[in-house]
Design a protein around this ligand. Sequence first.
Ligand SMILES: [Zn+2]
Length: 66
Amino acid sequence: MATTDDSFNGITEHCEDCDLETLHEVSVQIRTESLKKENAQFSREPYRVSECQRCGNRSSQRMNNA
Ligand SMILES: [Zn+2]
């Protein structure tokens, strides 16, 4: 199984900039949406961030809607 590489969290998906299926590096970030400082503890949202390994375009989407 030469394709197994657990150290790189890569996934092939469509990139709008490349208009191609390209390899993306995917990670999850917890972002604090600080609309109001006192609400910060209630607005920590996990985001799925994917970065195109071809052009470097980054896209992120909130995961809570799933
Ligand atoms: Zn791209």
